[in-house]
Design a protein around this ligand. Structure first.
Ligand code: 13P
Ligand code: SF4
Length: 299
């Protein structure tokens, strides 16, 4: 392992590369990253780098976002097949059909979407800023895609808006975390506070003490006086939660994103050695997708 890490470090210097990792990555991958964060944090970090190469340990839509924001840099996704089933739940054809039904609606796409869908959107958002992005738009009617649970959460916070939901979901949150699981963990750990990602079902959200993005949960756990937490998101977040709060206890919901876990230290090394897998977005899509991302980053 040490040998592997040394090789990664050397190649990283030789290539003037930076390693970005999402907080759902394997512990050992998060450990060697230059920066770990949520989708929003990683997007911002991708903009402010002087590196020539961005090695993205995450899933395709995240590397695509980095490529949209950094056309002059080489963006590598560590595993070619690391996708996001939620992002695949919207196609341009479906969006065109839905938009025809709501011609006055602004389209807000969660970053968990393809570059093509971003290019068709008025603004992008992440789970950390979805409420603020929707609030900032002048339109009352918002076509929010693709995650129905995040859309419902936004609607609950902004009753003045009319949110039209898409029928997308993330199996890691929607299928693998349910009220019974939360209640059973709560009965085992009655003093624990419940935190959950807004991709969880509204019935789960109703049982929480805090709802937020992965970075929001990290902040909440640090600031809360509670000593124990039930963590309603992908298991990977436990690594950073425990690192930042060694005196607190965290109980996972045991839910894993298979695509996030594809990347290993071996993938990172291969990525740097072979300069794989290059992610590029056609310019006619990139410029429009960037507009939607810029609108988000301004909020
Ligand atoms: P964050 O925006 O909180 O990083 O979440 C991304 C994601 O893929 C959630 O499933
Ligand atoms: Fe996609 Fe869900 Fe995995 Fe996030 S956790 S990358 S939304 S499948």
């Amino acid at each position: 392992m040490t040998n592997l890490i040394e090789k990664i470090e050397k190649l990283k210097r030789d290539r003037n590369a930076i390693i970005l990792a999402h907080v759902y990555q394997r512990d050992e991958v998060q450990k060697i990253a230059d920066f770990t964060g949520d989708s929003l944090g990683l997007s911002k970090r991708a903009v402010h780098t002087s590196a020539d190469v961005i090695v993205f340990c995450g899933v395709k839509f995240m590397a695509e976002t980095a490529a949209i924001l950094n056309p002059d840099k080489t963006v590598l996704l560590t595993e070619q097949d690391a996708g996001c089933p939620l992002a695949d739940m919207t196609t341009k054809k479906q969006l065109d059909e839905k938009r025809a039904l709501y011609p006055d609606a602004a389209v807000v796409s969660y970053v968990n979407s393809s570059a093509e869908i971003k290019a068709e959107s008025d603004a992008c958002c992440t789970s950390a800023n979805a409420v603020d992005v929707v609030k900032s738009l002048p339109q009352k009617q918002i076509l929010f895609l693709p995650d129905k649970n995040l859309g419902s959460y936004v609607a609950s916070k902004l009753p003045e808006k009319e949110i039209i939901l898409w029928n997308g979901f993330c199996y890691v949150h929607e299928k693998n975390i349910d009220p019974a699981k939360i209640k059973s963990l709560k009965s085992l750990h009655p003093d624990a506070e419940v935190m959950a990602h807004p991709e969880c079902n509204p019935d789960v959200i109703g049982l929480t003490d805090y709802v937020g993005s992965t970075s929001g949960m990290l902040m909440y756990a640090k600031e809360s006086k509670a000593k124990e937490f039930i963590v309603g998101t992908e298991n990977g977040l436990l690594y950073e939660l425990q690192k930042e709060n060694p005196d607190k206890k965290f109980y996972p919901c045991n839910t894993v994103c298979e695509d996030m876990k594809r990347t290993s230290l071996e993938s990172v090394l291969r990525s740097l050695e072979e300069m794989k897998y290059k992610i590029a977005v056609p310019e006619n899509i990139r410029i429009y997708a960037k507009k939607a991302l810029d609108r988000m980053l301004k909020v």
